[in-house]
Design a protein around this ligand. Structure first.
Ligand SMILES: Cc1cc2nc3c(=O)[nH]c(=O)nc-3n(C[C@H](O)[C@H](O)[C@H](O)COP(=O)(O)O)c2cc1C
Length: 416
């Protein structure tokens, strides 16, 4: 028997030689990418991405919240060509998915934000750059990504804040979102325990870690020093560490600041945080176009209500006067279907793409997006719906509350 025939018989595939291909060949879900990231990253860096505030009740509650909804499919519908598209801020979007802002992205992989932009540009999914990103507003725009958003932390220096807004406008960013859940940084217990410094420093602990994660450290040491590309040095000349950057955020931000921002930014403006129905109504009256319901992925106020539970009350309060974006806990395309059925227009993910990025750069981030979109498509098909409007039209019969006893999660998501 010839080698080719033997290979055919036992379905042998040629070995995957490139490390990225080897890693990705084993990843079929966001959880697989999470495990790949765990293997690739030093513990303190993985924990920075994966962890949340205090006891991480909200991190667990976010996912349990999505699992608290069950599907009740329709039978015998032609679902051969589902249309996943939605309309967002007057433009068509191929699937209701965007990428949430994350700080210090190059700490996960040296290719950082441009790699994420590249991974999403073909589908033109919105990608939001963080104020504490590690790529400048202009450099990210130069990637040619067609739907970039900018996330703003209001700084004590309002002149600097305004210049960030103006730079985003000049660089053609589509939308501005203002985070309103970060008056002070959340208490990240894992980071405290790990003694994480941003950027990671060569301490005795990190030197020991080089043996365990040589690939990570080699690529980090070869690439330019991490910096907050949009903030520059602070007034004291020090701008690189997270401690220095935190003191530049302003905890006194209030509704008057929102009025100023509305005057500075002409495009779509969103508030990002666990915005209550009453605050959402007030924000829309102040000229805000969208509410990005988020509890920062459980990284700010622990015991905040799961975002999926905020969607319908905010939708009921706003009607169709504003766009609603939802993040925190999205790990599967089925979560997107649940969020849309509850009244959202689009979901965003943070950790899901960061796990992919950490595991395999651009290809990993793209895989995260592809997996989520494919899962969303299959969910619609198995539900027996062919489009997002149809999902919305029959939302309350297709997506129903799962009896608590079945969820397998006690209050606050502690597994039983
Ligand atoms: C590592 C990391 C860094 C983040 N940095 C920011 C940030 O700079 N600004 C911001 O508004 N949100 C930030 N977030 C929150 C995300 O925008 C998003 O709300 C959250 O990740 C959604 O939850 P998920 O990770 O469960 O998808 C960060 C999240 C992570 C995981």
């Amino acid at each position: 028997m010839k080698l080719a025939e033997a290979r055919e018989l036992v379905q042998l595939r040629p070995p995957l030689l490139r490390p990225v291909e080897r890693v990705l060949a084993r990843c079929h879900s966001v959880e697989d990418l999470r495990q790949a990231a765990r293997r690739k990253l030093p513990r303190a860096v993985f924990d920075y991405v994966d962890g949340g505030a205090d006891a991480e009740h909200t991190v667990l509650a976010n996912q349990a919240g999505f699992h608290g909804w069950a599907f009740q499919p329709r039978a015998l519908r032609d679902v051969s060509a589902p249309d996943l598209s939605v309309e967002l801020f007057g433009r068509s979007l191929a699937a209701p998915l965007g990428l949430a802002p994350t700080g210090y992205t190059r700490m996960m992989h040296p290719s950082g934000e441009p790699a994420v932009a590249e991974a999403t540009a073909n589908m033109a999914l919105p990608y939001c750059l963080s104020t504490v990103g590690t790529t400048s507003i202009e450099d990210l725009a130069a990637t040619g990504h067609p739907r970039l958003w900018f996330q703003l932390y209001v700084l004590k220096d309002r002149g600097h804040t305004r210049s960030l807004v103006e730079r985003a406008a000049a660089a053609g960013y589509e939308a501005l979102e203002v985070s309103v859940d970060t008056a002070v940084p959340g208490n990240r217990a894992r980071d405290e325990r790990n003694g994480l410094t941003i950027p990671p420093q060569l301490s005795a602990r990190t030197i020991l870690d080089i043996g365990a994660h040589p690939g990570y450290w080699t690529s980090m040491l070869r690439s330019p020093l991490l910096s907050f590309a949009n903030l520059g040095a602070g007034p004291d000349g020090a701008g690189r560490t997270v401690a220095h950057v935190g003191v530049r955020f302003d905890p006194s931000v209030d509704w008057d600041d929102l009025d100023r921002l509305r005057a500075w930014w002409r495009g779509p403006l969103l508030l990002k945080g666990p915005v209550s129905p009453a605050d959402a109504v007030r924000a829309v009256a102040a000229g805000v176009d969208g509410i990005h319901l988020s509890n920062h992925g459980g990284r700010q106020l622990d015991r905040t209500v799961a975002t999926i539970d905020m969607v319908r009350p905010v939708r009921d309060a706003l009607g169709d006067k504003a766009t609603i974006v939802v993040d925190s806990g999205v790990r599967h395309g089925a979560d997107i279907a649940v969020a849309l059925a509850r009244g959202a227009d689009m979901c965003m993910v943070g950790r899901a793409y960061l796990y992919g990025l950490a595991a395999a750069g651009t290809a990993g981030a793209r895989l995260a997006v592809d997996v989520l979109v494919a899962q969303f498509r299959r969910t619609l098909q198995l539900l027996g719906v062919t489009s997002v409007p149809e999902l919305r039209q029959h939302a309350d019969t297709l997506v129903v509350r799962r009896p608590t006893a079945e969820v397998g999660m006690a209050p606050w998501g502690q597994a039983r």
